[in-house]
Design a protein around this ligand. Structure first.
Ligand SMILES: [Zn+2]
Ligand SMILES: [Zn+2]
Length: 97
């Protein structure tokens, strides 16, 4: 079931041509790449704004990429975060686990 949901999210973001929400890596401040991404979810606009303000801090709160890290509710909006290198991507994915 989880795989199915993730698959649907992937298809959805592909259809809408989603791109990364950040220009620079949350950890290094270097330019973020569209090919090194981690997707998290937020429940509403308010949480989206909060997440964009502090991506590194937000990533640290994420325990489940399908749930909003602030409210704990099911995320309805996906945020695709880009990183500058594989090390930062790994760091972002492993936060909160
Ligand atoms: Zn919210
Ligand atoms: Zn990096």
């Amino acid at each position: 079931m989880k795989i199915l949901i993730l698959g649907l999210l992937f298809v959805t973001s592909t259809l809408f041509g989603a791109s990364i929400v950040n220009d620079t890596c949350p950890y290094s401040g270097k330019p973020a790449k569209e090919t090194l991404t981690h997707t998290i979810s937020v429940c509403c606009k308010k949480c989206e704004k909060r997440a964009l303000k502090d991506l590194a801090g937000t990533l640290a709160r994420v325990t489940d990429a399908t749930k909003c890290p602030f409210s704990g509710r099911k995320g309805s909006k996906q945020l695709i975060i880009g990183f500058c290198c594989k090390n930062c991507l790994k760091k972002g994915k492993n936060q909160g686990n």
